[in-house]
Design a protein around this ligand. Structure first.
Ligand SMILES: *Cc1c(COP(=O)(O)O)cnc(C)c1O
Length: 397
């Protein structure tokens, strides 16, 4: 990760197709487009590779989460359970619909803790939304059981784990809905873009219409389309879809490069007995986009992180004080800094964040270091990096 490291003629040729016809819009203009339907083609390819009946492309991963929630009928006052460790997009997408994000602890998988999820369920809960952070997954079987028992919807945010599988199925294809991001730093990039995945016909129809002003997309004449319900514009462009199409065809290649690089570093780190690795749920296979491990305490993790920085071991993070990915620094959510008025219902729904502490999440995040696995490293670079990492860790134990 990220896929842009290995741009090639494949991406350039797909983009050229679009520029030659001149149609950058994914719908309509049938006569002009010279047979090129990059967004439609990418959706078919996603359906095939990620083993779902339907994929709906949208303008971003954040949009994918909002569209998925809207498609499942989530709105004013509904509660959506999400993890404390994710990307700010998770709560943004929930807030946008007037729903309430309910933050729940993670466990040693670095994703939603099923026991803590159970404790957080209220009569207002509508969705459980695990986020498969840093290339690995939540215990989906446990979450599915909870959803069944409480009649809840399971939405997977698989933005950081495209290419990983759970019990033989691609992540994003297992919940009622799945979300992918194709932004610039993800394993498969379109520049900007996202996708909603589902096997549910109604959710798919909703996502298809909602992401394009509510248009029903019936027939070839845009002017004759009707609007069964309100929608907005979350469309992807043909240019973005063209890049995404070339990249998706290379997903298996990217995952195998990541696996190779990950394995070299993991084997080196395994010699340090004080290190433990994140837990991957039984039946899970990572996308190897990150290597995440725990140090004995937070002090050591901070020092190791500093030594990594000083010694040029880049792209490794301790997320404890990170303002993009962890609850501790999300003041703008805790204090609801909004440009426009927020409903009393949502304000009240978020009151718990003023006092709630997340000791279990702190316990894991403060001791964790997650290292991005790049696609462009040479084998010599990976080996060098592994040595430097072991040295930096040992010097701080
Ligand atoms: C990147 C990301 C998103 C948002 O995707 P964008 O395409 O950048 O909007 C959502 N969730 C997670 C976990 C992400 O990493």
């Amino acid at each position: 990760m990220p896929g842009f490291e290995l741009f090639s003629d494949l991406e350039r040729n797909e983009v050229n197709d679009v520029l030659q016809s001149g149609v950058l819009m994914r719908y309509g203009f049938d006569g002009m487009r010279n047979g090129h339907w990059k967004a439609k083609e990418l959706e078919k390819q996603l359906e095939q590779q990620l083993q779902v009946k339907h994929a709906q492309l949208v303008s971003s991963g954040t949009a994918a989460v909002s569209v998925a929630l809207a498609s499942a009928g989530v709105g004013a006052g509904d509660e959506v359970i999400m993890p404390t460790f994710t990307f700010v997009a998770s709560f943004e997408a929930i807030m946008m619909l007037g729903a309430v994000p309910v933050l729940v602890d993670i466990d040693n998988t670095l994703t939603l803790c099923p026991n803590k999820v159970k404790e957080a369920i209220t009569p207002k809960t509508k969705v459980i939304m695990p986020v498969h952070m840093c290339g690995s997954m939540a215990n989906l079987e446990a979450l599915q059981d909870i959803c069944k028992a409480h009649n809840l919807i399971l939405i997977e945010d698989s933005s950081q784990a495209t290419g990983a599988t759970y019990k033989g199925k691609p992540l994003g294809s297992i919940g009622d809905l799945g979300c992918l991001s194709l932004d610039f730093v993800k394993i498969i990039t379109a520049g900007e873009g996202g996708a909603v995945l589902t096997n549910n016909e109604d959710y798919y129809r909703h996502a298809d219409h909602y992401s394009d002003h509510g248009h029903d997309h019936v027939g070839n004449d845009r002017g004759a389309e009707t609007h069964p319900f309100l929608g907005y514009n979350f469309r992807i462009s043909e240019l973005h879809a063209a890049v995404g199409l070339a990249q998706l065809k290379r997903l298996d290649e990217f995952v195998s490069i990541q696996k190779k690089n990950y394995t070299i570093i993991r084997e080196a780190l395994s010699e340090v007995s004080e290190i433990t690795f994140r837990t991957v749920p039984e039946g899970g296979v990572e996308s190897y986009s990150f290597l995440s491990f725990f140090l004995p305490d937070s002090e050591i993790a901070t020092k190791v992180s500093q030594t990594f920085n000083a010694n040029g071991v880049d792209a490794c993070w301790n997320y404890y004080n990170n303002s993009w990915h962890y609850i501790r620094e999300w003041q703008h959510l805790k204090n609801i800094k909004s440009l426009y008025p927020i409903s009393e219902e949502v304000k009240n729904g978020l009151n718990y964040l003023q006092s709630k502490t997340f000791e279990q999440s702190d316990h894991y995040i403060s001791r964790n270091i997650s290292c991005l696995i790049k696609l462009s490293w040479t084998e010599a670079e990976v080996e060098q990096r592994a040595l430097k990492m072991v040295e930096a860790i040992k010097s701080n134990l």
